[in-house]
Design a protein around this ligand. Sequence first.
Ligand code: NAP
Length: 420
Amino acid sequence: MPAERLVLRPPDAGHKILIAEGGLRVPDDPIIPLIEGDGIGPEVVRAAQGAIDAAVENTFGGRRRIVWYPIPAGEKAMFRYGDMLPEATLAAIREYVVALKGPLTTPVSGGFRSLNVALRKALDLYANVRPIYWIPGVPSPVSHPERLDIVIFREATEDVYAGIEWEKGSPEARRMIEVLEKEFHARVRADSGIGVKPVSETGSKRLVRKAIRYAIENGRKSVTLVHKGNIMKYTEGAFRTWGYEVARDEFRDSTIAWDAVVKDHAGQAPDGKVVIKDVIADNMFQQLLLRPDEYDVLATTNLNGDYLSDAAAAQIGGLGVAPGGNIGDAHAVFEPIHGSAPKYAGMDRVNPTGEILAGVMMLEYLGWRDAGARLRDAVKSVVASKRLTYDLARQLPGAKEVRTSAFARAVIEAVNGARR
Ligand code: NAP
């Protein structure tokens, strides 16, 4: 059967978010593209949509509302339109600036390496931002999960994820090995696969700039540059150097390097200054476990950030509860960090918290902070009441297991209750 031609029709109501000099200009009724996703996507997205709408309605007394604009991607888009990531979908996000999405299934063979990587690249969403904080009552494998409250800024367009790699024995790999040996006198085994790790000054500086700006605007105490520069000097080491340069050259009045804190301030950071420090990536894993309260915002390269954010998410209760944002200079797509968990699709069982908290990030990004805070508080109060989906209920004696939809209804009730 030939694929249907995709024609997207934006909603009749609502207005576009505009990109202005000083940031976004958000109307009271922004049109927000919505990708419901694959597998468990539709059920967690439905849960989040209802909870977000309730938070906005209650916070602004009906003066503001979101006009959702469903757009296709993933398996359903493939089935109907013959394309997992249709150009019209990308164009809609470009035009309407901020989007919410559910998880997408990446087919194991052929086509995309990852739909998410493709989406980030197509829209130049270079910062993958993951706030990681504990919600009281969520079972955790560590004894003091409340001590971890960090935001990871992971560079999302470069590093070994740039997709520049060749299979063992391919003409490209053979040619690269030949060039490396002949021209650079670097010996590489003939049966090697080859991958390239580009880390640019431009890419590193814009990521660190975003992390520092976030730290300043949100009253955070420090930005830690996480790198493996002791080994990979011209990629990871350069990331560290460029990070310190951004702080020194662009944020001189509002930041201070840790060396200067030690030398000039007896180890006590002066009030109002964000401390810039750096930690080697492998050490960072143990630091987050042993001294989590000494870290605040982290800025790091792509692969380090991928590992670190999942490990840190495990400390606060795992995949089901952690949100993320893919953010560029203006465009942003918010999503949970978990995947499409196909075996649970349509069962109304999984935890919608990651998707709801992605909604909290989105509300904050729109500048609707009060609505974001109300929604986060509502999730906290439902968790505190021990009404939990299976993933958390199975770890907590005395918890009452509820379905995805029931959890979402409880969050909406809590949002509404907060008003009275
Ligand atoms: P996954 O979908 O995240 O699921 C792995 C396991 O994590 C599930 O079996 C379940 O564990 C638990 N889990 C995930 N989400 C949960 C939720 N909301 N509530 C409760 N438990 C949850 O990872 P995967 O199986 O590796 O990947 C499946 C597909 O998703 C793949 O096609 C992958 O490419 C894609 N993916 C997409 C994204 C994205 O769109 N951002 C991200 C990651 C993966 P238990 O079975 O132990 O209960």
